[in-house]
Design a protein around this ligand. Sequence first.
Ligand SMILES: Cc1cc2nc3c(=O)[nH]c(=O)nc-3n(C[C@H](O)[C@H](O)[C@H](O)COP(=O)(O)O)c2cc1C
Length: 176
Amino acid sequence: MNLIGLSGSLRAASTNTALLRALQVETPRGCTLALYDGLGALPIFNPDDEGEHTPLEAVRLNEAVSRADGVVISCPEYAYGIPGGLKNALDWLVSGPAAVGKPVMLVHASHRSQISRDALREVLRTMSFEVFPGPELEVPLLGKKPDEVAEILRDAACRQRLRTTLADFVRFIDEQ
Ligand SMILES: Cc1cc2nc3c(=O)[nH]c(=O)nc-3n(C[C@H](O)[C@H](O)[C@H](O)COP(=O)(O)O)c2cc1C
């Protein structure tokens, strides 16, 4: 089983990306989690550029999501909303088949961000993703320095929570 992770933050020291990287090493046997790295390279979505004019990076994103058995998203909240970079990536997936019926799970690197979490879930449902209904993993990394983030994510109890969350998501995918 192959999963793809999307981080909604482009920051080099992003806590959301760090959470996804920690999940990468806790996947169940036979399951991989690759991180999509093209968010910052995607042009601003324009419906006129779809079809034969679709930019290469948008094609790459569509193919990566199509190939994946499931998607894991970790995303910050900006001004009570979904960061433009992630929303832009999702917009490039709206008209194609990649998102339809695709299992997706949200994980959170902040104990806040309730407004953008709700908005993101609504967007994903509207796009016909199958949103994982189980409890969402939340690791409070907001405001932590990189070495503190690394220490929290190294903790054995935290690692166990990451493993359990991924195992639950993989079971959900199997049931689809
Ligand atoms: C422009 C901007 C706007 C933000 N707005 C909010 C907000 O509305 N609500 C919130 O909880 N955090 C807000 N934050 C804090 C980020 O969500 C927080 O820093 C997050 O952990 C960053 O994720 P990252 O470490 O992956 O980059 C904002 C941060 C930035 C840079």
